[in-house]
Write a new protein. Structure first.
Length: 97
């Protein structure tokens, strides 16, 4: 079972997302990279897995503004560009790089 986050903080005015996990691990994520890799059906084709969102279409100054827990398995972020439908699993958020 994957540990749950104990805290989620935004640093650098929302440009970095810092997650501290119950087992002591800390992961840091670039808001730009996370937004560019959004896993939602608008950004990734549901059946083929093809990336629909082009990196050049992501605002280079995008920031995370809020987050929401999704059950006991994921986080969902609100982005400054108005997007908010991507669900980022804990497994994905703990993966290196």
């Amino acid at each position: 079972m994957i540990p749950l986050p104990s805290s989620v903080d935004f640093s650098d005015n929302g440009r970095q997302i810092v997650i501290r996990w119950q087992d002591g691990l800390q992961t840091e994520h670039s808001a730009f990279d996370m937004r560019a890799q959004c896993p939602c059906a608008s950004c990734v084709h549901e059946f083929s897995g093809e990336q629909l969102l082009k990196i050049e279409d992501v605002d280079p100054d995008v920031v995370a503004t809020r987050y929401h827990k999704v059950g006991r398995y994921a986080l969902q972020f609100d982005w400054s560009d108005g997007h908010s439908t991507g669900i980022y699993t804990y497994e994905r958020l703990r993966a290196p790089g």
